[in-house]
Design a protein around this ligand. Sequence first.
Ligand SMILES: *[C@@H]1O[C@H](CO)[C@@H](O)[C@H](O)[C@H]1NC(C)=O
Ligand SMILES: *[C@@H]1O[C@H](CO)[C@@H](O)[C@H](O)[C@H]1NC(C)=O
Ligand SMILES: *[C@@H]1O[C@H](CO)[C@@H](O)[C@H](O)[C@H]1NC(C)=O
Length: 519
Amino acid sequence: MYRALIFVAVVAFATATPTLRSEDNEELRFDDNFLFGVASAAYQIEGAWNEDGKGESIWDHMLHEHPEYTEDRQNGDVAADSYHRYRDDVKIVKEMNMDFYRFSISWPRILPNGDLSLINAKGVEYYNNLIDELLANGIEPMVTMFHWDLPYALQELGGWANRHIATYFRDYADLLFKTYGNKVKWWITLNEPQSFCRGYSGDHFLAPGVEHPGVGEYLCGHTALLAHAHAYHLYEETYRAKQKGEVGITLNSFWYTPKTENDKNAAERAIQFWLGWFANPVFSKEGNYPQVMRERVAANSAKEKLRRSRLPVFTQEEINYIKGTADFFGLNHYTTNYAEEGEEGKTPSADRDAGAIITQNASWPSSGSDWLKVTPTGFRDLLNWIRNAYGDVRIIITENGFSDRNTTVDGILLDDGRVTYFEEYLREMHKAIYTDGVKVFGYTAWTLIDNFEWLHSYQERFGLYYVNFSDPSLTRSAKKSSIYLGEIALTHVVPSQGVQLIASSILLAAILLRMCIFP
Ligand SMILES: *[C@@H]1O[C@H](CO)[C@@H](O)[C@H](O)[C@H]1NC(C)=O
Ligand SMILES: *[C@@H]1O[C@H](CO)[C@@H](O)[C@H](O)[C@H]1NC(C)=O
Ligand SMILES: *[C@@H]1O[C@H](CO)[C@@H](O)[C@H](O)[C@H]1NC(C)=O
């Protein structure tokens, strides 16, 4: 009886409080061949950090030595235990009607020493099982080869600051293409080199936690670009004719908007330093690092009385070798920053070289992460910037998502903040595609399940599914956003807000009912 009362009350409440905006209220449709997917990363969900022959990664190593680096002193040793529960993961990807699942392969799980001296058969088998389970459920695997978890054995040789690591990456890529390439058609070489290279600038205790600001991040970036190009050329020469897949790279960028009229150059410099750093060498006509970046790092290095620029120099041969090495542009995007003329950061550092002060507006809607404000129009601006800079490159959004920190179960499951975020960002992406003509062919939500969110550990939740990390069974439970996005993946339609309101009242009732039945 009281269940029916709750239902009626909820429907009445929800339909009685429509706050429809007059604009942006029509239903939006995406083409039938537009792809929807959901993403994860090995260290953030797999756990089983030392099981079945897996080697140590730089994150394992750093957080075992320095538990105090994370907000709650926890780490990814167990995480969401996807190593043992991957079937549960595939089940919910299917529940959400997704076309593909973007996951990453842990390099040290396959090659515990980093090199080909030891191939871990159990690790190879794990990803074969995951891929087979996906294909059996009609879901395309999209594989990220590297998502930050470098084998610690290679870190002992300097990690990405050592140019030779590019050759080790080529060997690893060769093994992946050879082993999985008959089943995997989507390959992403590197995820967010801009982020993992900050692990060499000492700024935020990001693994490997090397403190060489202004030098380390540039050495890392140089090796990463060579490594990416090696993998692309290898695929081109040895595998593409037979396997017929695509190889791309995932870059991340904020949108940078000038704080005032006078800050337009600062905003352009910021995006050149943070996105152009990796995008210009691969996607521009001329190749190489952006000119403004080469000039500013060289000038600052001269002021510091150094013999040469802290930014390594590519030969013309290398510029040509790296240019054009991507079948698609993977973009991770979350939020917008202001850029303003001025300098900040250590001397030396890439931050200081960029010559822009980065802030946000406290009045922008917030999330569970201090850096993530809900600023959907920046998404459209960024997509247009990429098209203007690099021409009609094919873009796939490889991450976009929202965090919260609510500790009440109903607050976590009824994640309206996340639903609103997806709706508003999808609307702006739709405008970029259908009004502005930017060639975006797919969209990936971050992330499948609540996971280990790096230094914020289990405190910031980005998942479409809830995971109770204190519960040994680590059950995955649908949040409202998973049902919302699942409908969009199925229908290719972002519903108008009127339709959505009715749907969400029914859903709210269903979730409350379930809580009455299984309190
Ligand atoms: C922040 O945004 C508000 C509202 O759009 C605006 O009035 C204010 O000037 C902005 N603040 C800054 C520092 O730009
Ligand atoms: C947490 O969830 C509850 C219930 O949905 C909601 O009233 C509250 O505003 C949420 N708190 C935060 C900080 O999001
Ligand atoms: C999580 O699981 C623990 C252990 O089973 C339980 O005590 C707790 O209530 C659960 N928390 C939530 C938010 O469901």
